[in-house]
Design a protein around this ligand. Structure first.
Ligand code: C2E
Ligand code: MG
Ligand code: MG
Length: 272
């Protein structure tokens, strides 16, 4: 298993892995791409007012032959730093669009995109190709990018976001509430959805500061005409608070953990 260094030297990466372990993981990721060892799980998202399903988020899983289940938090940083994230991202987009094409047409699919993918020219073609291969209406696809990409917002990123939006896909700002995005920045970016980070949802409704932050996020999203999704809803009190302040939809263990491709079809098909 990966060894996390106590004192990372200059060479080592943000993931804190030793160089040898980084290289091993990189090779394993390459092999896994060839052997189709990556799969997707789907976590359903529900409209809070009606409890109707509105779609699902695709979440990658790597079932490693020796290591077991490797969490995305461990292998995605390695994939990003080695450039393999583009290949993984292409796989995720294709598999997610194909899956969603088999669901009722009222349901959308959300796909996570890492910062490195946004900076690379291939993303636009990958999204267009995935939509075409699955014959999926672009309006049913939403791309989630984490708020931290806005900390260093280059013109390239702004251009990419605008080009993606021009394709007709939705754009969600993931993990919102963890960064320091200004209203002025938000106003000029083409996001369609704000996703409240689970770290501020976790302590609702008792933590007064988090409750105030979440109210402010919902108010800001509404003022900008964006819909709001809460992630990590684990209990009925959190759900009731979020519904009462006008949060549109949510996902979390209260409703369902991430499900396999087969499980999500029976869940969404059953309308619950
Ligand atoms: P995220 O996009 O914010 O996804 C939400 C994470 O919260 C997922 O973890 C999900 O399994 C977990 N989760 C869902 N409901 C609950 C809940 O009620 N309570 C708690 N405590 N957790 C909940 P996961 O699957 O381990 O993914 C972690 C992160 O890895 C994701 O965060 C996303 O940033 C990234 N990721 C996952 N799949 C992909 C992918 O295909 N591509 C890229 N670029 N990133 C991905
Ligand atoms: Mg996400
Ligand atoms: Mg998130």
């Amino acid at each position: 298993m990966a060894r996390v260094n106590d004192q990372p030297s200059g060479w080592e990466w943000a993931s804190g892995l030793e160089r040898a372990e980084f290289k091993r993981l990189e090779q394993d990721i390459r092999r896994a791409l060839g052997a189709a060892d990556f799969t997707l799980l789907y976590q359903p998202r529900y409209q809070l007012r009606t409890h109707r399903p509105v779609g699902a988020e695709a979440l990658i899983r790597w079932q490693h032959r020796k290591r077991g289940l490797v969490p995305p938090g461990l292998f995605l940083p390695v994939a990003e730093q080695s450039g393999l994230i583009n290949e993984i991202g292409g796989f995720v987009l294709h598999a997610a669009c194909i899956a969603a094409a088999g669901w009722p047409s009222s349901l959308g699919i959300s796909v996570n995109i890492s910062a490195r993918q946004l900076l690379d020219g291939v993303l636009l073609d990958q999204v267009a190709a995935a939509l075409e291969a699955a014959a999926l209406d672009p309006e049913r696809l939403e791309l989630e990018v984490t708020e931290t990409i806005l900390l260093d917002l280059s013109l390239d990123v702004q251009f990419m976001l605008a080009a993606l939006r021009d394709l007709g896909v939705g754009l969600a700002l993931d993990d919102f509430g963890t960064g320091h995005t200004s209203l002025a920045t938000l106003k000029r970016l083409p996001f369609t959805v704000m996703k409240i980070d689970r770290s501020v949802v976790r302590t609702l409704p008792r933590d007064r500061e988090d409750a105030a932050i979440v109210r402010a996020i919902v108010g800001t999203a509404q003022a900008l005409g964006l819909s709001v999704v809460a992630e990590g809803i684990e209990n009925a009190e959190q759900e009731a608070f979020l519904a009462a302040i006008g949060c549109d939809s949510g996902q979390g263990f209260l409703f369902s953990p991430p499900l396999s491709g087969h499980e999500i079809i029976s869940r969404l098909g059953a309308g619950a």
